[in-house]
Ligand binder design. Structure first.
Ligand SMILES: [Zn+2]
Length: 543
C-alpha cells in the first residue's frame, strides 16, 4: 500500500470510528486512532488488522498502537462475546475471531492461556504466545471482561515472528555462567536462575536465556538475555528499584557556603548504602531513615554521613559523565574514622575511602575537594596501579588534585581543612613556581604539585570538558612506574587517539613551560633519530 493509500485508509478509519462514536459514546467521548505518545505512525499491517474486524470498527472507542507502530497496544470499547462452555473458551473464541488484529498465528497451540484473575471490578484473562513450548517475549495479551459481561479492554498483541534464526546449544547453567562473567560478578545475594524465551527483533525470533542475577557486587537485580546458541549478550537491565532521598550537606565547605538539604540519589533500603555509595560511621551506628530523609544539624554525628553520600554520588556522576564506568558499584566511605584523625585516604586493598574528623585539621569529611581527591585515587587505580613513590606517585597525587579541582571548578584543594592552622590552602593548582626538575623533593604530595599544576594549565588552555577527558584517557597509557615524561607521552597518545592530535601543540607547550620535556627527563633516552644514527654509524664501521 502506498503512503497515500495508507493515509486514505487512515482517514476512512477515523471517519468510521467517528460515526460509531455517535452510537456507542453519545456523551461525547473522543475516538482516537493514533500511536502511543512520541511513537511512529501505525504500520500498514497494524491498520489492516483493525480494518479487518467489523465489530472493532463499529464498537471500538479507542485503539492505541505500540511505540514502533507495528502492532496494537490496546483496544478499548464494548464487545459482546458468544456463550461457550466456559468464560475462557468464549474469550479465546473472541481473540481467534480477531486473529489479524492481534497477530495470532494459524497454529492455535501458540495461543496459551496463562491464567485469569479478578480485580478492579473486572475479570482478566491472560494469554501468551509460545513457539515449540518456549514463551515469546513481550507477547502478553490480557482480555478484561467487565461486570456487565462484555469485553471492555484488550491489552497487548502478539509480535510477528517470521522465523526463528538460531538453535539451542547452551544449557541454563552455561548461560548463567556467561551472564555472571559478563557482569563481572564478584558476589551474589541469591543463586542465579535462567529460563528460555524467544526474543523478537525486526520480526526475527532468537531463542535466548533470560538470566536473573541478584548481585551484591555489582549491586543490582540484573536481567540479561543470552543467545542460546552463540552465548552473546543480547540485552541487560537492572531491575532494582532505586529512590532519591534527601540529606544535609555542605555542597562545598563551611567557608564557602551554609549547610543545605540536597538530593541523595539512588538509595535502596533506608540506609546510606545506595547504588554508588556505601557510607559507614566509625564513631556511632550508621544512619537509618525509612523514608530516605537524612537531614541533621551540623553537630549531629550523622551529618558527615549524609554529606559523604552526597559527595560520593556527585563525584561518581562526574566520572560517569567522562565515560568512566569502572566504579559503578557502591563505593565504601567511612566518616568519623578513628579519633581526631588528621587525614583522609583511599585504601587500595579495600577499595574504600576513609575520612578523619581532624585535630590540627578541620573535619576532613566536610570539604568536597578532599572527598573528590580520594575518589579520584580510586578511579585512577581502576585504570593503572601507579607505584606510590617517585614520579609515578607524584603523577598519582597530581591527577587526584586535578580531578578534585576540576569538579569543584576551583584550583584550591583543602582550603577548609587547613584553615584551622591559619593556612590559605593545602594545595593550589594555579601556583606558578612548581617546575621540573628543580622543584622535585622526593615527596609525592609535594612533587605532585608539579603534575597537578601542569594539568590545571591544560584545563586553562583547553577548557574543562576537553582537559578532563584528556587527563582521564591519558591514564590508560601509563605503566605503574611512569615518569613525567611517560605522562607527556600518555597525554599526546590520548589526544592522538581520541581527538586526532589536535591538542598536541598545546600539550607540548604547557608541559614544556613546567619543564616537562625530553631534555629534562632524568631517564636515559634515545630519540628515534639518534637510534638511526647509531645504527648507521655501526653499519659504516662494520663494513
Ligand atoms: Zn592523595
Amino acid at each position: 500500500m502506498t503512503r497515500f493509500m495508507q493515509l486514505i485508509v487512515f482517514v476512512a478509519l477515523c471517519c468510521s470510528l467517528s460515526a460509531a462514536q455517535a452510537i456507542v459514546a453519545p456523551e461525547g467521548k473522543h475516538n482516537v486512532l493514533r500511536s502511543d505518545d512520541n511513537g511512529r505512525p501505525a504500520s500498514t499491517r497494524a491498520i489492516e488488522g483493525v480494518m479487518s474486524s467489523a465489530d472493532i470498527l463499529e464498537k471500538a472507542e479507542q485503539v492505541i498502537f505500540t511505540a514502533d507502530g507495528s502492532r496494537v497496544s490496546s483496544v478499548r470499547g464494548r464487545f459482546a462475546f458468544e456463550r461457550r462452555e466456559s468464560s475462557e473458551a468464549a474469550v479465546r473464541a473472541f481473540l481467534l475471531a480477531h486473529r489479524s488484529l492481534f497477530n495470532l498465528p494459524d497454529d492455535r497451540s501458540m495461543l496459551e492461556f496463562s491464567g485469569d484473575r479478578s480485580g478492579g471490578g473486572s475479570r482478566q484473562f491472560n494469554y501468551q504466545m509460545r513457539i515449540c513450548d518456549i514463551p515469546v517475549e513481550a507477547s502478553e495479551i490480557a482480555v478484561y471482561v467487565g461486570n456487565d459481561n462484555e469485553i471492555v479492554l484488550i491489552n497487548g498483541s502478539f509480535p510477528i515472528v517470521g522465523e526463528i534464526a538460531n538453535s539451542i546449544s547452551l544449557d541454563a547453567a552455561a548461560a548463567i555462567a556467561i551472564a555472571e562473567k559478563q557482569l563481572g560478578l564478584q558476589k551474589r545475594r541469591i543463586n542465579s536462575s535462567a529460563e528460555r524465551l524467544i526474543h523478537v527483533e525486526e520480526n526475527v525470533g532468537r531463542v535466548c536465556y533470560r538470566v536473573h542475577v541478584a548481585a551484591a557486587q555489582p549491586l543490582g537485580d540484573w536481567e540479561l538475555l543470552i543467545d542460546a546458541e552463540s552465548g552473546a549478550e543480547v540485552s541487560r537491565r537492572n531491575l532494582m528499584r532505586f529512590y532519591d532521598g534527601k540529606g544535609s550537606t555542605y555542597v562545598s565547605h563551611p567557608l564557602k557556603c551554609e549547610p543545605t538539604v540536597e538530593t541523595l540519589p539512588d538509595l535502596i533500603d533506608g540506609t546510606l548504602k545506595g547504588r554508588y555509595a556505601d557510607i559507614h560511621n566509625d564513631e556511632t551506628a550508621n544512619a537509618v531513615s525509612e523514608d530516605g530523609t537524612f537531614v541533621y544539624p551540623t553537630h549531629n554525628l550523622h551529618f558527615n554521613e549524609a554529606m559523604m553520600y552526597y559527595l560520593v554520588n556527585r563525584v561518581h556522576a562526574y566520572f560517569s559523565g567522562l565515560g568512566f564506568d569502572r566504579l559503578d558499584s557502591p563505593m565504601k566511605a567511612v566518616v568519623r574514622y578513628d579519633v581526631l584523625y588528621d587525614n583522609a585516604f583511599f585504601s587500595v586493598l579495600e577499595n574504600a575511602l576513609y575520612f578523619g574528623d581532624g585535630y590540627k585539621f578541620n573535619d576532613l569529611a566536610r570539604e568536597e575537594s578532599v572527598c573528590f581527591h580520594e575518589y579520584a585515587h580510586a578511579a585512577r587505580h581502576q585504570i593503572v596501579k601507579l607505584k606510590y613513590e617517585g614520579e609515578a606517585g607524584a603523577i598519582d597525587e597530581g591527577v587526584a588534585d586535578y580531578f578534585s579541582a576540576s569538579l569543584s571548578d576551583d584550583p584550591i584543594v583543602g582550603e577548609f581543612i587547613v584553615a584551622k592552622m591559619n593556612k590559605p590552602w593545602l594545595r593550589n593548582l594555579s601556583e606558578a613556581q612548581h617546575h621540573y626538575p628543580e622543584s622535585i623533593v622526593g615527596q609525592v604530595h609535594e612533587d605532585g604539585k608539579i603534575w597537578g599544576c601542569t594539568l590545571w594549565g591544560l584545563r586553562v588552555r583547553l577548557g574543562a570538558a576537553t582537559a578532563d577527558r584528556l587527563v582521564l584517557n591519558s591514564l590508560y597509557y601509563l605503566s605503574p612506574d611512569a615518569t613525567f615524561l611517560h605522562g607527556l607521552n600518555a597525554l599526546l597518545l590520548a589526544d592522538e587517539n581520541t581527538s586526532a592530535g589536535k591538542n598536541s601543540a598545546v600539550i607540548r607547550e604547557v608541559l614544556a613551560a613546567r619543564g616537562i620535556c625530553e631534555e629534562n627527563s632524568r631517564r636515559y633516552i634515545f630519540s628515534g633519530r639518534q637510534i638511526r644514527q647509531i645504527i648507521h654509524f655501526e653499519s659504516l664501521h662494520n663494513n
